[in-house]
Design a protein around this ligand. Structure first.
Ligand SMILES: [Zn+2]
Length: 393
């Protein structure tokens, strides 16, 4: 075969593929529009319904065994679609979510490392790749980031402390001050791999010396962003960095000009407070469930239902273990851990003075149980009964 003969075949199959994709997408859009109108969705609920649902359907119908589109087209309301999705997601929503992210990751196309773009909001500077999903979703990312940043500060009532620390931040790589840098990777590029290892998101917090010899903080987030669902990762990491900034005491770091690495190290650790691990990870999961799209996207079951199904099963993690366990335990039991932790932290936020949470945050990472009982004035067993009673009421 001569080389030229290949062309018509290639062109045909390319058009065929484009046509099929466009047809499928517009059918979904029509269907979603119809369901949203029937159910009178508006505001954020409508926004996230239209923004996230096509990716969910994309994942569901990637399984070619599923019938499309006859069944889904017979649905009349958003609630019917939610129930239909529930039968497909099964009982384990987090497990389903993990598989979905895995699918998005496999589908993510490569991007050129050179094609970088930079955006700014009041407290963040975002680095993306041109034309990547994160680049296109930037207004939504900025809006969500600022909201979560404000919400986590309010929970602990330490806005001033966070702002004070943020003023000392310097991002040397991009020569930007007083902002948290957020690197948004569309796939596991070599650079992403350096910062993320096997995770979807990571925060790094440390210190450096500027050209005048002053100590400065560094604050950087790294996020894999495939589509709007990846906001869940961003919420979690923002919560971490706000806690780190809010609990840091900058006095030593900024007291004098610093002489080299060991001086920097000493003045950084003089201001750095170890945070109880439960609070650090729990607040990340709290942010994921309560500060973003979770409560707005109408295809998810109410959070309370999810937690109740976890705490009423025999494998539920008792509070005493939940708040004292190690990072390895969290990793191994992440599904139950994250649901229970987010729920318990929400209970504390709704029923106790924010000063108590702040005191616990600053009480160090040793003896979290004893510190908790002293600060809240209750033993854990009693607290557990109150929390679960509240869940069931
Ligand atoms: Zn975390």
């Amino acid at each position: 075969m001569k080389r030229r003969d290949v062309w018509p075949v290639l062109i045909f199959s390319l058009f065929g593929f484009l046509f099929a994709t466009q047809e499928k997408e517009s059918r979904w859009n029509e269907l979603l529009q119809h369901l949203a109108e029937k159910s009178q969705l508006e505001g954020e609920k409508l926004f996230y319904f239209k923004k996230l649902t096509p990716f969910l359907l994309d994942f569901i119908f990637a399984d070619s065994q599923r019938q499309f589109p006859q069944k889904i087209e017979s649905l009349q309301t958003v609630d019917e679609l939610r129930k239909w999705c529930e039968t497909i997601m099964g009982g384990d929503l987090i497990d389903f979510g993990e598989k979905m992210f895995h699918y998005f990751e496999e589908k993510a196309p490569p991007y050129s490392e050179a094609n970088r773009r930079q955006f700014e909001s009041e407290h963040f500077v975002f680095l993306t790749y041109a034309e990547s999903p994160g680049d296109k979703d930037m207004p939504m990312i900025i809006d969500n980031s600022e909201k979560v940043y404000a919400a986590i500060q309010d929970i602990f009532g330490f806005r001033e402390e966070v702002e004070k620390s943020l003023k000392t931040v310097l991002n040397k790589e991009i020569n930007k001050e007083q902002k948290i840098s957020v690197y948004i990777y569309p796939s596991r590029t070599p650079e992403a791999n350096k910062h993320l290892k096997k995770t979807m998101g990571a925060s790094s917090f440390g210190a450096t010396i500027d050209e005048k010899g002053n100590g400065r903080l560094t604050a950087r987030l790294n996020i894999l962003y495939f589509n709007g669902f990846s906001l869940a990762i961003l919420y979690h990491e923002i919560a971490h960095i706000v806690l780190l900034l809010g609990s840091f005491d900058i006095t030593q770091l900024t007291a004098k000009t610093l002489q080299g690495e060991s001086d920097l190290r000493n003045s950084f650790f003089a201001g750095y407070k170890k945070i109880p691990l439960f609070l650090q990870e729990g607040i990340g999961d709290y942010a994921t469930y309560f500060c973003g799209f979770y409560s707005q996207w109408p295809l998810l079951p109410p959070f309370r239902e999810l937690v109740l199904s976890v705490v009423s099963c025999p494998e539920s993690i008792p509070l005493e273990i939940l708040i004292q366990e190690s990072a390895l335990f969290i990793l191994k039991n992440h599904k139950r851990y994250s649901l229970e932790a987010a729920s318990f932290i929400r209970f504390l936020i709704e029923h106790y003075d924010k000063n108590k949470l702040k005191q616990w945050l600053l009480s160090g990472d040793k003896k979290p149980k004893e510190n908790f009982e002293r600060i809240f004035g209750l033993d854990l067993k009693t607290m557990e009964k109150k929390w679960q009673g509240n869940l069931k009421s």
